[in-house]
Design a protein around this ligand. Structure first.
Ligand code: PEP
Length: 267
């Protein structure tokens, strides 16, 4: 059954933490604690730490994917301070697109995120597209409508076959749960995974999006992860604050590994 075959993924978003001087050590500490069969691990450090983290993991644990936290929507040009998809080649194989902190701080719109998705696909970067509602939207019962609008806005000009081919991942991250210590419930996340896959289905993704991994993100810790991994429709986590703590990452990936075993992913 397709649902049981979906990949299990734990992605670490280090945000604006670490420097080239200390990122390698943190990456090595995480690698040493998270070798768990069947779980795809990804570390997304700041741009300036990508090379250090890559070097640190090259021999120690090349199975860990390295991701950027953002990519520019143009190929190249007069965009001071920006980083293009081509610049990431060789440094990263994943990219986070549409994190709520970038939507908030950089004014990224769904249309712009769609263009970033296109650049990522063309450069061979595997995108983790973040969607999620604000607290007032959740309180008004608008979470499904918001997430549908975000997905439709980002995907309407994209080729679903290319996105599925590169391994699109969607992260459901309710904004009120990010960095707040307050998580959604497993049931909330599962309900939103249905909305996400249903919306992907509108765009011609095979089997109504059933093959696309959906992660939960928002104050995930080693204590909280179990509730999400117990949901068959949730395929892992995008982890912020706790991803800077190797012990926490060890606990999170270990629990994800239980789901990987249950799905028969450990070969
Ligand atoms: C994130 O950065 O995507 C995130 C979910 O952060 P935190 O785990 O700290 O809430």
């Amino acid at each position: 059954m397709i649902r049981e075959m979906r990949e299990v993924i734990v992605a670490a978003n280090w945000k604006m933490h670490t420097t080239p001087a200390d990122a390698g050590e943190l990456a090595r500490a995480i690698a040493g604690r998270t070798r768990v069969a069947g779980v795809t691990r990804v570390i997304c450090p700041p741009f300036v730490c990508l090379a250090t983290v890559g070097d640190a993991l090259l021999e120690l644990d090349p199975d860990i994917g390295i991701g950027a936290q953002n990519v520019h929507h143009e190929l190249q040009g007069a965009y001071t301070g920006e980083v293009s998809a081509a610049m990431l080649a060789g440094l990263a194989s994943w990219v986070i697109i549409g994190h709520s902190e970038r939507r908030r701080d950089a004014g990224e719109t769904d249309e712009l995120l769609g263009r970033k998705l296109g650049r990522a696909v063309d450069a061979g970067l595997r995108p983790i597209l973040c969607v999620g509602e604000q607290l007032d939207e959740r309180e008004a019962g608008q979470q499904s409508a918001v997430v549908r609008r975000q997905l439709r806005g980002a995907l309407h000009d994209r080729d679903p076959a290319k996105l599925a081919g590169i391994g699109l991942v969607v992260a459901y991250e309710p904004v009120w749960a990010i960095g707040t210590g307050r998580t959604a419930t497993g049931a909330d996340a599962a309900a939103m995974a249905v909305v996400i896959r249903d919306t992907l289905g509108e765009f011609g993704f095979a089997r109504r999006g059933e093959t696309i991994p959906v992660l939960y993100g928002g104050s995930v810790t080693s204590a909280a992860i179990g509730e999400f991994m117990a949901e068959p429709s949730i395929d892992g986590a995008l982890v912020g604050g706790a991803s800077l703590k190797p012990d926490e990452m060890a606990g999170i990936v270990a629990r994800a590994g239980v789901t990987a075993v249950a799905r028969g992913l450990t070969g």
